[in-house]
Write a protein of this length. Sequence first.
Length: 420
Amino acid sequence: MVKANIPVSPIGFVSVIFAAVGIHQLLSNQFPHGRPVDLAPSNRHSGPPMDPTNDSLRLSKGKLTKIYERVEEEGSPGLLVGPETLIFDNNGTMYTLTEQSKLVSITDFRQKRDDDASIMTAKVTEVADLGIGRSIGGKFDSGSCLYFADILKGLCRICLDQTPKPVVELVASRFQLDDGSWSDVTYADDVDVGSRTGHVYFSDATDIKLDRDLKTGKWDIWYPSKLEGIRGLKSGRLLRYKPETGEVDLIASGAHFANGVAVDAQESFVVFTSTFEGKVMKYHLTGEKEGQLETILTDFPGFLDGIDCSFDSSLCFVAMPAPATPELKALFAIRPAILSRLIRTILMLLPRGLTPDAKPYGGVAIVHRGDEFSKPSVKQIYQDPTGEDISVITGVTEGPDGKLYLGSLHNDFIGVLDYQ
């Protein structure tokens, strides 16, 4: 085979760059979400590649159990659709928020077949209709009130002991910044409640608003996250709501899609995930580092979603819905940078049905959050590398039994990981 060396003149190269600049300028004025921006290497996903031989989250490995809804009447529609995150009340009852914007309880667990303990069924009961919107993450306070993030509405609350029936309250849809201006909560994502103060910590993932997919009529949760990932603007924020005053304040910003939120047992810090950077961030609420934000973990093979921290150990648990593939990482590394921005501008202009989808995958990371004796570290990765048994894991919650309950926007079942 003969190789041909095609000379490229400096004038030709410069012409290509000028053409790219012109096309980028022309195209980037045609959409409402702003122009793609460059990301410094320190702000890009830097974790290790996904190990395709690690299939520790497959059913055949014996660590995963799947819980399906037990429909009593044949042909009746199921309620367990898109259980993004599992939530436990103070009595240990399991709940979730569904695609139909319902709060449902999950009880009465039974083994489906005597010879297969990996498949369970449960009774799913509607507790409340949460109205128009798409509710995802939530957490109970010390009583019977559930705070939950609704992407469309903002931070909401429903108290299950309210009579004659529970009513959804809109707690925060906007808040006042230090300069006196008001800022909308555009994409409320996840919630946790501090055990010491009762303060509610929640993420505002992006400044890109949710809308409906006209083909399906459903709220398209994924499209804003795709645009945020491609754009690179890092508009995600961590907010705090104080029930005693009704005030909301901004405690951290600059996340590349702010996602999962978790507070430690003493409410000395709150951790949250920056999805497309593949980072776990830690904001100190008390102590010598009070008010400081730091990155504590980056060694993940996938993009990050929900997070939960154990009250009984120094472990936290991180959901990974998709692998960080070399192709996606390379998108921000293309040089000159104007070519990267041009390609990403074109991707942002594609019809939503043509935007790239993530590869089937499901992963959970067991991490040590660090203490006075050791640094933060990733202890173990459980994953289904092809998403055959479980994929798109968006939520992870430690249950009263110490097992991890895995939610997903896509699945019609609940995953349970017995990692111990």
